[in-house]
Design a protein around this ligand. Structure first.
Ligand code: FE2
Length: 363
């Protein structure tokens, strides 16, 4: 096998551009249980944007909003609404990451740049990805602070984690005909490999369909499914996303938990809404899934889904979109051996999704 020219250590963080980072930070803190650890803004000399850094387990989210209209942040929000701007990957050598990906066709938006303060140095760079989304390379191995130079620590009290341990995968929606382009981009520019491929035969309902390819990095730590809509009788959920996001972008972020029952029960108690599948789903699953020792009554009560493959099984559940536009949502996932994405659940889920889409007048 060829040498991995982009050795990725894992996800470093995800940065969102949002309309009101202060309020978004409160939401991620009080409902999803992320602890605010750092911020920047006018008081730290950041004149055009405010950012809040929140963390839970190995998951770091950065929420950024603009102080005025003439910034990339404001323009991003005006067009896309709240959404993911940057997927940041941790690498050992940012300069090499930029050089190697550029040589393979990456559009470099920011060359390797070092920022320094008394706590050390953080090096970052950015390359263009689908739509207005970027991949950011980060090396913070020589930094002792909570996030990066320019940010001050927040010692937040009262944050209450729900058990998110790490990011499992990040899914992008792209336009019809673009999935293969981006799959090739991951493969040629980032050196990732194709882990799975689902066609519209695998993922379709009476009304709509989608196709998906899953790309993963050399160490298997980062997984990026790419969805495109397929022709159906009615509007695909992917098309609905693209119509409201005004472009390609991140559809959902899946986070791992070691105890999905507790995580979901806690999130429900904090008013997070999840997609519901009909109770008949559980009758079907009790028949289909073999040798899985789980509390089926509790799974059903909480609305958690189950899927099984040759390697094992997984438990998963999906939130509703977390902003007014039917765009970004979250998945909570607990893996028991399976490295899949819940293909067996797609049909039941999409029927449920389409019911909600119809309620929005968008099917
Ligand atoms: Fe997923």
């Amino acid at each position: 096998m060829a040498e991995d020219f982009l050795p990725v250590k894992g996800y470093d963080h995800v940065e969102f551009y949002v309309g009101n980072a202060k309020q978004a930070a409160h939401f991620y803190d009080k409902t999803f249980g992320f602890k605010p650890v750092a911020k920047r803004g006018l008081e730290t000399g950041s004149r055009d944007r405010a950012s809040y850094v929140l963390r839970q387990g190995a998951v770091t989210f950065v929420l950024t909003s603009a102080y005025g209209p003439d910034t990339d942040v404001a323009r991003h929000c005006a067009l896309h609404g709240d959404g993911v701007r940057a997927i940041a990957l941790s690498v050992g050598d940012v300069e090499s990451a930029v050089r190697e990906t550029k040589a393979r066709g990456a559009t470099v938006l920011k060359e390797a740049t070092a920022e320094e303060d008394e706590q050390g140095t953080v090096i970052t760079a950015e390359i263009k990805y689908a739509g207005d989304t970027v991949f950011r390379f980060v090396d913070r191995s020589n930094y002792r602070g909570p996030f990066a130079p320019g940010f001050i620590d927040i010692d937040a009290q009262g944050s209450n984690p729900v058990g998110f341990a790490a990011i499992d995968h990040i899914v992008t929606n792209v336009y019809l005909g673009e999935m293969n382009f981006w799959a090739n981009w991951y493969s040629e520019v980032l050196g990732f490999t194709n882990l799975a491929h689902f066609t519209d035969k695998d993922i379709s309902t009476e009304y709509s369909a989608l196709m998906s390819k899953v790309m993963e990095n050399g160490t298997g730590k980062c997984k990026f499914p790419i969805n495109e809509p397929a022709e159906g009788k009615k509007r695909s959920q992917i098309t609905e996303y693209l119509d409201y996001y005004y472009g390609s972008g991140v559809q959902h972020i899946a986070m791992n938990t070691a105890n999905i029952y507790d995580t979901v029960a806690e999130l429900r108690s904090r008013d997070i809404d999840f997609l519901r599948v009909p109770d008949t789903y559980y009758d079907m699953m009790r028949e289909r899934i073999k040798g899985v020792d789980e509390d089926w009554a509790r799974l059903q009560e909480l609305g958690i889904l189950v899927d099984q493959d040759d390697d094992g099984y997984l438990l998963q559940i999906f939130t509703h979109p977390v902003q007014d536009r039917p765009t970004l949502f979250y998945e909570v996932i607990q893996r028991h051996g399976s490295r899949g994405f819940g293909i067996g659940n797609f049909k039941a889920l999409f029927v449920s999704l389409e019911e909600e889409q119809a309620l929005r007048g968008n099917l």
